[in-house]
Write a protein that binds this ligand. Structure first.
Ligand code: AMP
Length: 308
């Protein structure tokens, strides 16, 4: 099974109340790949500049991620993002976004990537997301994430891209902003009316909700005592979710989607324990499975708890 992701490959500068980093590896496609790489074969599509070194490539290849479709622009600079979080880590301010090599990027996928059976259009300009989606016409499932910048500056293009995917991942503010609907359910239904079968609503430290045509499911976040940096949590969530789905044959029915929600939640929880990719780089499959079991026992409402 092969999962292709297009999204930002970045250097991030991040400040939270608990510390800061001036330049670290980041980007939506990077966070996604490091999480999904635990489950399936991942191929990353996107440009980097001459400033993207061996050390950065190695973070991806050490997880088994295929980097053949990363286009290196020798004279260019890698995408750069600077953000700062408030004491309430659900509130983040973008201080700088430099598209750099993404400004001129025209994705040309290798034959192996075009044959991918799943695709994730991670957060990046929606025209680029659509170009990649068009090149993977045979994919059995396509997911998408976005953010407020693209809702504000490229809304029509984003709406078109959304209409061509199966699963949309949005945080709840973005979902409300995009749909201009006051409740999560109405907003999710409005998105689904344009094409997607599934909407995943991320709610930061409060967890995530799954809306499908058949039902609804919600899971709290794993209750961490310490969170240092939430950057990339949403991408790791999508990486755990889609990586798990891609590792399975057959249709993603409701029970399987619930397990995917749980893997997504687990991967996101590890990501936020340290800055950038630091924690997920050291993560093991055993740690993932142990936390999955813990989360399951925390959230199960067994027969003994039935009303009556
Ligand atoms: P998340 O915290 O999951 O929303 O993702 C954070 C990652 O998104 C960071 O590593 C940034 O490099 C990247 N990012 C921030 N702004 C943008 C943008 N406008 N387009 C693409 N990626 C971005």
């Amino acid at each position: 099974m092969t999962l292709v992701v297009v999204g930002s490959i970045a250097f991030d500068a991040v400040k939270t109340p608990f510390g800061e980093r001036e330049r670290m590896l980041g980007g939506s496609a990077v966070h996604f790949s490091l999480a999904a790489g635990f489950f399936t074969d991942v191929r990353v599509v996107g440009p980097v500049g001459g400033d993207f070194g061996e050390e950065e490539y190695a973070v991806l290849t050490d997880r088994g991620v295929n980097v053949d479709d990363i286009e290196r622009v020798e004279g260019g600079r890698t995408f750069f993002w600077r953000g700062e979080y408030e004491w309430n880590l659900n509130i983040r301010h973008t201080l700088d976004t430099q598209l750099n090599v993404f400004g001129e990027f025209e994705p040309k996928l290798s034959e192996a990537s075009k044959r991918a059976d799943m695709v994730f259009l991670a957060n990046i300009q929606p025209d680029l997301q659509r170009e990649v989606r068009a090149q993977c016409a045979g994919a059995r499932l396509v997911g998408l994430d976005s953010m407020n910048l693209w809702i504000e500056t490229a809304r029509e293009s984003l709406a078109r891209t959304i209409s061509e995917v199966d699963v949309v991942f949005f945080n709840d503010d973005e979902l409300r902003m995009f749909t201009e609907q006051p409740t999560l359910m109405r907003a999710a239904r409005q998105v689904m009316a344009t094409g997607p079968r599934t909407v995943v609503v991320k709610q930061g430290e409060y967890g995530a909700a799954l809306v499908t045509e058949e039902g609804f499911f919600a899971l709290p976040a794993y209750p961490l005592e310490t969170v240092l940096d939430p950057t990339g949590a949403g991408d790791c969530f999508a990486g755990g979710f889609l990586g798990y789905l891609d590792s399975l044959d057959g249709p993603a029915d409701e029970p399987i989607l619930r397990r995917a929600m749980t893997y997504g939640t687990v991967l996101a929880s590890f990501n936020v324990e340290e800055f950038g990719t630091e924690r997920v780089q050291r993560l093991t499959r055993e740690e993932i499975d142990a936390r999955y079991d813990e989360l399951r026992s925390m959230t199960v409402l067994d027969a003994a708890a039935a009303r009556g």
